[in-house]
Structure formats: C-alpha cells, structure tokens
Design a protein. Structure first.
Length: 355
C-alpha cells in the first residue's frame, strides 16, 4: 500500500480527508494522519474557549473513521525529504509516498523581549486552556492586555468582556484604527462596540517589551495582570527549519500545484504555505481542495494544468460577543445581529459536514 501522510489535523488536511474518504481513495493507497491531539480542533473558536464562554467539547470534532485511515497521536520532530520519512517524538518513524505538511503556526513575537515568556496564547487548544485558567483566576478589577487587534484580538477582547464584565480590558492596535485594511464603516462599528462596552483600544501602539505584570507601549510602562498575545503568526519551528525556499514570514514557497519545488510529492497547506492571501481557515480549505485534485491527477498519470484556478477569498466574519458581529463579504459590509448569526451558521455547517 502506498502511503499518503498528512501532518496536522487542521482545516486544510481535514478538507483533504473529506474529499478522499470514503470512496475517492485509490485501492492501493492508505492515509496516515499525524496530529498532537486525537481530534480536529476548531481553531477559529479558540478565543471563546480562552474567554470561558464555550466548553472544551464545543471546539473539537472527531477525525473520520475508515479502514484505510490510520490516525497517530504524536508530535512531529523531523521531516527528512531525502529519505521520504517523518520522525515522531515517540521514537517512531513513518515513511511516505506523498506528504502534506499542515502543521500550522506559532505566535510571532517579533523579537519583543519578554513577549514569549510573559504572555498567553490562543494558538493551540492547550494554550487556550491555559489562557482560560489564567483569566479565570484573576480577581475583580484586574487588567487584561490584549496585544494585536486583528480578528483574533477583537474576538477575544469582546468575548472576554461578556465573560468577565468585572475586568479592565485594554486592546493594543498598531494601526490608527481597528481593521484598517477594511472599510471605515466596519472599523467604526467595531470601535463603537468597544466604546459602549468599556474596552479601551490603544491605537498606534508599539509594544517594545513585556515584563511580569508590565507591558511597555513605546516607552510607557502599563501595568497588566495578564497579557494575551495575538499580534501575528509564523510557521511552526519544524517548518521554519526545513531546507527549502522561504518567502516573507518563513512560509514555504510552492509551485502552482502546491508542492515544494523539486519535491512534487511534498505539499504544504495552510499557515505554513506562501500564498498571495493572509492565512485563514477558508484559505486552507480551498488549498486542500486543489491539492486533492492534483493528487488524483498524479495518481492517475494525468497531465497537470499549467496553473490552478485562482483562490478567491469570501471575506471575513467576526464576532463581538454572542449577540453582535461584523462581516465583509463580496465587498459588502454587514454588522450587528445578522453578522453574528452568519458566523454561527458557518460554524454549524462546518460541524455538520465534518462531524
């Protein structure tokens, strides 16, 4: 049996599984899925887990079951493309015929002193649980600083406001306004929600150092009982160490068919891939769709097209607590209850298709 090995059970590799199983996988092939957890984690919902507004079970989906799918719970420690072999932290090694690297990302601390040591994260389910325990233990009137006002920062700030109305929340944004790359109407709506709900937005910020219970914005020191870091991502360390061509942010440069140049049997999906769009769950899923098409064509000995269709993003959908939200879809701005219902519907559909 030839082996298709999937590293990471994130959105991209889940889409690959969904398309190949139960009956699109050739009879001479099997799939081995390797992930640090025995389930698929809904990373887009980690902000709610960290804020304590959803239970752990709500951000998990079981991996599919199939007679030619084997799941391995382990951490990947090395990828040897010369040997076509993956090495795991339990001492095992797994050979592959085709490999899809979808190991996700780490926080990007931008070389800020103390940021990695003294801040909390929502990048993994384990780190989100740890962040929840830290926030849960804060006394009334404590200050939580959230560094980074992208989608994750906005969502955890608003969710935490509803979960812990007794806390002081400060959201630090590098730009002059929230969501500066989107229409001003959207920015104004989110800013108004924060104003009405006593979340302080610190614009034009530049975090230069983090110490225990202390944050430095430019040269000003700001007391904080807990700091949550949502100021950017980068590929996981094992991918950063791969001896392959990298683009900005350490992401892997790929051919139009999503494989590493000179390694047509090694693909990269999701946060680790250098693509013309910012990383997102939707982008990883669409990339997974194309990888499946390429795999099936190569397995059948068919000639690949010179280029794959352009991936067109649908926009963004975000929540502001459990009742309000915001969206930018097809050049249209949607805010309020409708946007929140839209996000809930997308999550429900995803669970229905993958559960």
């Amino acid at each position: 049996m030839k082996k298709l090995v999937l590293l990471g059970g994130g959105y991209g590799n889940m889409r690959i599984l969904l398309r190949l199983l139960p009956n699109q996988l050739p009879e001479d092939r099997e799939i081995i899925l390797i992930d640090r957890t025995p389930f698929h984690s809904l990373k887009t919902e980690f902000y709610a887990l960290a804020a304590g507004t959803v239970p752990d079970a709500e951000v998990r989906v079981e991996f599919p079951e199939h007679e030619r799918l084997r799941t391995v719970t382990a951490e990947v420690v090395d990828i040897n493309m010369g040997e076509q072999c993956v090495y795991l932290d339990n001492g095992d090694s797994i050979r592959y015929d085709d490999l899809v690297i979808g190991l996700g990302c780490d926080d990007n601390y931008h070389d800020v002193p103390g940021a990695e040591e003294y801040t909390h994260s929502i990048q993994t389910i384990r780190k989100s649980r740890d962040t929840y325990r830290e926030v849960l233990g804060l006394s009334g009137g404590a200050t939580v600083a959230i560094v980074g006002a992208g989608l994750s920062g906005i969502e955890i700030a608003s969710e935490l406001r509803e979960s812990r109305p007794d806390l002081k929340i400060k959201l630090f944004d590098r730009g002059p306004r929230i969501l500066r790359d989107f229409p001003e109407r959207l920015s104004n709506y989110v800013q108004s929600w924060f104003d009405e709900n006593n979340v302080e937005v610190v614009s034009n910020s530049n975090i230069t150092k983090v110490e225990p219970h202390l944050l430095y914005n430019h040269e000003n020191s700001i007391p904080a009982d807990a700091v949550v870091w949502t100021a950017g991502i980068r590929p996981v360390e094992i991918v950063r160490k791969l001896d392959v061509e990298k683009a900005g942010g350490g992401r892997v440069v790929l051919t139009p068919h999503h494989n590493i140049p000179e390694n047509e049997n090694v693909y990269v999906v999701g946060d680790c891939a250098a693509l013309p769009h910012a990383p997102s769950a939707y982008l990883a899923e669409e990339q997974g769709e194309q990888i499946v098409k390429v795999l099936k064509m190569r397995w059948n000995g068919e000639t690949l097209p010179e280029k794959m269709p352009e991936i067109k993003l649908q926009g963004i959908v975000g929540s502001l607590g459990k009742k309000k939200g915001f969206a930018f879809l097809a050049d249209r701005t949607v805010t309020g209850r409708i946007a929140r219902l839209l996000k809930s519907g997308i999550l429900w559909m995803y669970k229905w298709h993958n559960g």
